[in-house]
Design a protein around this ligand. Structure first.
Ligand SMILES: [Zn+2]
Length: 253
């Protein structure tokens, strides 16, 4: 498995929100730096790539804030790189910020700027590598931006499971993936704020490993193992590292 990352993601001055807080990326990466997986530096998305998912006026507006623009371009590029590896048969996790699932074509909220996962899928489609895609969004919040950006693409499905407890939540994911009969790639909007000590108050560390495993098994069944994941939310820093590592363990296999 590849880990897409860049030390520039540790710079927290690009924004003043929960996703940008100092130490968050260090926490997310803290249990992934044991050499298990190959670290690959992120490269910024190009303007042409950003325009696959966003209106020119919005991209131009973001560019008026250079620190935010360069960090968000790097995050989007990291997601595209993860998708490229994932499509090539090497699963990848992009540990990036700002997150992207609340970013739509012409606006964003919830600490997001560019629609990282949607952009990555659109980049694969623009290269004629995929026709169908399935996104599992496990963040505590709905991936409204991803949905809106992909709305014109009927064969791209975004699934946000909602359940009152962890057992029901995992059952929903398992059933939805079992129902899926074809896709060219599986993507995960990997938010960790559904953790029991984070804002979602639901999942435990091992649940993230289970979700990773369910996606891995489904990718093997459906699309030659093609899969990638991109960091979204996750704000309980003391356990963010173990949760990210648990997900990656299940996801990589
Ligand atoms: Zn969230």
């Amino acid at each position: 498995m590849k880990l897409i990352y860049d030390e520039r993601f540790c710079e927290s001055g690009y924004a003043d929100d929960n996703a940008a807080i100092p130490g968050r990326m260090e926490a997310a990466m803290s249990r992934l730096l044991d050499g298990c997986w190959e670290l690959v530096p992120a490269v910024p998305a190009t303007l042409d790539q950003l325009l696959l998912a966003h209106d020119a006026a919005y991209v131009s507006q973001v560019s008026q804030d250079p620190p935010r623009f360069s960090m968000a371009s790097l995050a989007a590029g990291g997601a595209i790189l993860a998708a490229t590896y994932g499509h090539g048969g090497d699963p990848a996790f992009a540990c990036v910020r700002p997150p992207g699932h609340h970013a739509s074509r012409g606006e964003a909220w919830g600490h997001c700027t560019f629609s990282n996962v949607a952009l990555a899928l659109l980049a694969l489609r623009s290269e004629q590598k995929i026709n169908r895609a399935f996104v599992l969004d496990i963040d505590a919040h709905t991936g409204d931006g991803t949905r809106k950006v992909l709305a014109h693409w009927p064969d791209a499905i975004v699934f946000n499971p909602f359940a009152s407890d962890a057992t029901e939540y995992l059952d929903l994911i398992e059933a939805r993936l079992a129902d899926l009969d074809r896709t060219d790639i599986l993507a995960v909007s990997a938010g960790f704020d559904a953790y029991r000590l984070d804002v979602g108050h639901k999942l435990d560390t091992e649940d993230f490993a289970t979700i990773g495993r369910l996606v891995r098994e489904s990718a093997k069944r459906l699309c030659q193992g093609r899969r990638f994941a991109v960091l979204e939310g996750g704000y309980y820093l003391p356990d963010l590292g173990v949760n990210v590592a648990a997900f990656c363990r299940g996801f990589a296999g």
